[in-house]
Design a protein around this ligand. Sequence first.
Ligand SMILES: [Mn+2]
Length: 316
Amino acid sequence: MMKKIDVFIDKIKSAKSIAIFGHKNPDGDCLCSALALMKIIELNFGKSSTVIYDGNIPLFLEEVPLRKSAVFHRHLPENSKFDLCIIVDYGTRKHLAFSENFVKDADYIIEFDHHYNEDLVGNLCFDDVTKAATSQIIYDVVRKAKLKTDKDIIDLLTIALITDTGNFKFVRNSKVFEDAAELVKAGADINALTNLLDNSDKKTVIVESEAVANSEFLMKNKLVIATIKKEDYKKLDGRGELVLSILGKIHGVEYVVLLKEQKENQIGVSLRSKKTPINHIAESFGGGGHLCAAGAVITDSLENVHDKIVEAFKGM
Ligand SMILES: [Mn+2]
């Protein structure tokens, strides 16, 4: 591990320009891990780096520290090049489509990720699928390298952990709490950071509530499917997590599916399961994710995607 950390520090020290980015439509872990790294590099090496994103940053992340530092990729000067790219929480290569040129032009690529992925993009990889959030991997490096932290860094690493564990609901090992305990000791206020994330727009919550109210129960209530149509999709903020969590509260429900009509014949599918893995279903549609929380984007009509998903759950 030490050797990798030495390389990491060396590459940052020698870099002339640094870009940091993750998957399209960044979630809490992706955005906050990127912003934390930016601040870590600034505080410890006196270097500025550029956090870049594609798609939308959900409104609930609007109040996170340094949020305004994240730059939409199309707002960068044309032909921007970075000699060092740091990739966080990206999942698979295809989620980096917007940054293809940065990756291609970079002299060196460092990655931090906790997604299962066989086709690694980085030259130097800090990957660990046992971690609940990418921010835990960054925090490991920070502690092992004895790097300085400040309030922004501690808060960002904590928010990433809070969001990727669904407020510590999806914790599968004690390391999450060990890291959370250290972050709290370092000054993270879990209650304040959780409140900071309750920042949704009224129209978003109403659209999500309507999707819950109009959802369809199948397989003796084991499977519930909620739908957000094209005209409401733009009112959504992030992935529709509220729909997934409310429907998951219902007695007897094992699987929750959310179909989002992003545009004509393009349906975003989010799948959640209480215990049986469902990632193979996401993978069968070209998607992926975690065992019990996965998703895909399917090119077909809403009706056809609905029927295909129902079919895929038969026998579960
Ligand atoms: Mn993550």
